[in-house]
Ligand binder design. Structure first.
Ligand code: GTP
Ligand code: MG
Length: 238
């Protein structure tokens, strides 16, 4: 709970069998998290068994994709504030309080993983990924004349339920570039948001995306196209 608001965390999972139990315990140990929902997106065998050792709830999404898994999680939570993160050991339960502290003034609080001091040794944030994320963030900032953005690939974020209700019917991206789509919808809807630095630690297990430079580069291009497309897209808000 945070100021009488129920806090839910959603963890999409695909290949995090060896880290998911610790991640769940780490986020609960923040002291603020009321429920954790794991979205099993055709995850590696043995993942459910690990989750069952904890108090987290498991739901299933068969449609393969980072975005689809998060959509399902958002649909199934009951929290007033929903935190989206990853159970791969890269994010820290200690950062929950930072998101919550800013939620007093903002309806969407998104993390950035490009703060040099908070990039842990061994984390998957080399020069190329750091400045690629920064540059793409700056494209959004410039094109939409919005607040500072220094990352576009950070899963860790908080959204308040009314903000989610406002944007959910516009979700279109079921794959890996769903993250920036969500932020663009927030910007287009005029919802108050801020980006804050979070810790970024080494991943446990293998990354299926940004571990490969080629995949990361093409994902970046997709994101940039999305950003330009959204700039001129008409969205009918009520
Ligand atoms: N790649 C991938 N990830 C999925 C899928 N469904 C859910 N996820 C989850 O999405 C999160 C991101 O995937 P990762 O493999 O960690 O991607 P990454 O290369 O580490 O990318 P970053 O975390 O953005 O650096 C993880 O928590 C996955 O479990 C899917 O179909 N594909
Ligand atoms: Mg990851």
């Amino acid at each position: 709970m945070w100021k009488n608001k129920k806090i839910s965390v959603i963890f999409p999972t695909y290949n995090e069998k060896d880290s998911i139990k610790n991640s769940i315990e780490d986020f609960f140990s923040s002291g603020f998290v009321d429920e954790i929902i794991v979205i099993n997106n055709n995850a590696k065998a043995g993942t459910d068994e690990e989750v069952k050792k904890t108090k987290a709830r498991i739901i299933y999404e068969k449609k393969q994709g980072y975005g689809y898994a998060i959509w399902k999680g958002l649909e199934q939570t009951s929290g007033d504030y929903i935190i989206i993160s990853e159970p791969d050991g890269t994010f820290s339960g200690r950062d929950v309080i930072k998101l919550l502290a800013y939620s007093d003034d903002f309806d969407y609080v998104i993390g950035t993983r490009t703060t040099e001091e908070l990039i842990w040794q061994g984390a998957n944030m080399d020069f190329f990924l750091k400045w690629g994320n920064w540059f793409t963030g700056k494209i959004i900032e410039f094109l939409y004349n919005t607040t500072s953005l220094t990352d576009v690939g950070c899963t860790m974020r908080l959204i308040k339920r009314p903000a989610y209700e406002k944007i959910k019917r516009f979700f279109t991206v079921g794959k890996q570039h769903f993250g920036p789509e969500m932020t663009l919808l927030i910007i287009k809807s005029g919802i108050k948001f801020i980006e804050i630095p979070v810790n970024y630690k080494p991943r446990i297990g293998t990354s299926s995306v940004t571990g490969s430079k080629k995949k990361a580069f093409f994902l970046g291009l997709k994101m940039i196209l999305l950003i330009f497309r959204y700039r001129f897209k008409k969205i009918k808000l009520d």
